[in-house]
Design a protein around this ligand. Structure first.
Ligand SMILES: CC(=O)SCCNC(=O)CCNC(=O)[C@H](O)C(C)(C)COP(=O)(O)OP(=O)(O)OC[C@H]1O[C@@H](n2cnc3c(N)ncnc32)[C@H](O)[C@@H]1OP(=O)(O)O
Ligand SMILES: O=C([O-])CC(=O)C(=O)O
Length: 437
């Protein structure tokens, strides 16, 4: 039994009475009313989900297990020779709420390596798909294909389901899936864009290091990968990918069914696909200028053209945040401290958009948050290191997002959260409630 699983078991045992007490003794306490605008408008601000993995403050941004992004990076054990932590150590932290020691981290590194072999049938499935399928379609399909290996589903099928212990099967599936996602992503990348040539993992490397190697991108792309996966991991549980994963898992669907569904939500342009859209928008804009460095006036006009044609400015705005996303700031700082990148024309353009777009959006007067989100800054770093195939960017997001989604559904089963089933009403009922009928 790994240390992580043992620590998790202890944490779950300690936590369960809190949830039971809240339901039994305080179940009638109100968390607020629901308005018509919320019912029609995507349940914005309705407090009806519970997670302890991360929390999003509208002004401060995300905290992972109570830690801000800089605190998270500072606290976790670092890969030797790198400023960035092991993704495996971060997984330990999201799962348990504890910062692991180096020894505990390396135990997860070894555990993931043992589980990382991608089944041959997954490769067959990917190869059978049309090569021009979107990489997110391939990624989600690969995850779904592995459902046949679910331990959770097998034990359920064999009548071994037990509400108190089923988290263990979810944990095993979650860990098996987590260990395979980066190799699957790298396989898709090289099959689609690098002449179908592939690079084997190096048993001496951690997850981030191996991902860079299998992608065929030199250092410091290993650090970029570690940073990227950690930054994209979780954003409390109401966002589309996390909520979808949670919803599907609430029917006791296993981790494969659930996360494949979560990825399908992440693939939407208002969610994870926005990072692809940002690069598409920027490249189209540059092409129209014939590669010339744009002026602020030209940029402002392009932003207005986008808004006036009824499109959104990708990478800007947010459902919860009301300030610049600290994940944006963290990646911006990475660019500013990286020689070459800080003067890179695409980074300069992204910085110019940061100067101009919030004012344009404020004048436009619709978006509640005119500031950039994570997606406005992530593509430029990938581009700089040679990963210019921007329809692949959401797959990178999907590898990172799995850390949060899978930790969440493991805890969902540990705490016995119910099947999700909010109540719907008809339009006539809303009119009645509003007294306009
Ligand atoms: C990882 C992530 O998922 S981060 C988000 C990634 N998505 C993007 O960057 C896409 C661009 N942004 C958006 O579309 C939105 O800001 C969202 C989807 C992120 C949030 O949506 P909402 O919570 O509905 O935003 P908000 O309440 O501010 O919307 C009010 C109005 O402003 C508009 N608006 C919001 N952001 C933008 C934007 N970036 N450009 C233009 N219009 C915008 C909305 O479309 C809406 O218009 P409507 O009244 O005509 O329907
Ligand atoms: O929180 C949200 O709604 C969207 C987002 O930024 C994320 O999921 O990372």
């Amino acid at each position: 039994m790994s240390t992580l699983k043992e620590v998790l078991r202890k944490k779950i045992d300690e936590h369960r009475p809190r949830t039971v007490k809240l339901i039994k003794e305080c179940g009638d306490v109100s968390l607020g009313e629901v308005t018509i605008a919320q019912a029609i408008g995507g349940a914005r601000g309705v407090k009806c989900l519970v997670t302890d993995i991360s929390y999003l403050d509208p002004m401060e941004g995300i905290r992972f297990r109570g830690k801000t992004i800089p605190e998270t990076f500072a606290a976790l054990p670092k890969v030797p020779g790198s400023d960035y932590p092991y993704v495996e150590g971060f997984w330990y932290m999201l799962m348990t709420g504890d910062v692991p020691t180096m020894e505990q981290t390396l135990e997860v590194v070894e555990d993931w390596k043992k589980r990382s072999q991608v089944p041959e049938y997954v490769i067959d499935v990917l190869r059978a798909m049309p090569r021009d399928s979107h990489p997110m379609t391939m990624f989600s399909t690969a995850v779904l294909a592995m459902q046949r290996d679910s331990i959770f589903a097998k034990n359920y099928r064999e009548g071994k389901f037990n509400k108190m212990t089923c988290w263990e099967d979810m944990y095993e599936d979650a860990t098996n899936l987590m260990a395979k996602l980066a190799p699957i992503a790298a396989y898709i990348y090289r099959m689609k864009y690098k002449g179908d040539t592939h690079i084997d993992a190096d048993p001496n490397l951690d997850m981030g290091g191996n991902f860079a190697r299998m992608m065929g991108v030199d250092a410091p792309y290993d650090d970029v990968a570690r940073m990227y996966f950690i930054l994209h991991s979780d954003h409390e549980s109401g966002n589309v990918s996390a909520h979808t994963t949670h919803l599907v898992a609430s029917a006791l669907s296993d981790a494969y069914y659930s996360y494949s569904a979560g990825l399908n939500g992440l693939a939407g342009p208002l969610h994870g696909l926005a990072n692809q859209e940002v690069l598409g928008w920027t490249q189209d804009f540059m092409a129209k200028l014939g590669g010339e460095v744009p002026t602020k006036e030209q940029l402002e006009k392009a932003l207005w053209d986008t808004l006036n044609s009824g499109q959104v400015i990708p990478g800007y705005g947010h459902a919860v945040l009301r300030k610049t996303d600290p994940r944006y700031s963290s990646q911006r700082e990475f660019c500013l401290k990286t020689e070459g990148l800080k003067d890179y024309p695409l980074f300069k353009l992204v910085s110019m958009i940061y100067e101009v777009a919030p004012g344009v959006l404020q004048e436009h007067g619709k978006a509640k948050n005119p500031w950039p989100n994570v997606d406005a800054q992530s593509g430029v770093i990938q581009w700089y290191y040679g990963v210019t195939e921007y329809d692949f960017y959401t797959v990178l997001f999907g590898v990172g997002r799995a850390i949060g989604c899978l930790a969440n559904i493991t805890w969902d089963r540990a705490l016995g959260y119910a099947i999700e089933r909010p109540k719907s009403v008809t339009t006539a009922m809303l009119e009645d409630a509003a007294g306009i009928k």
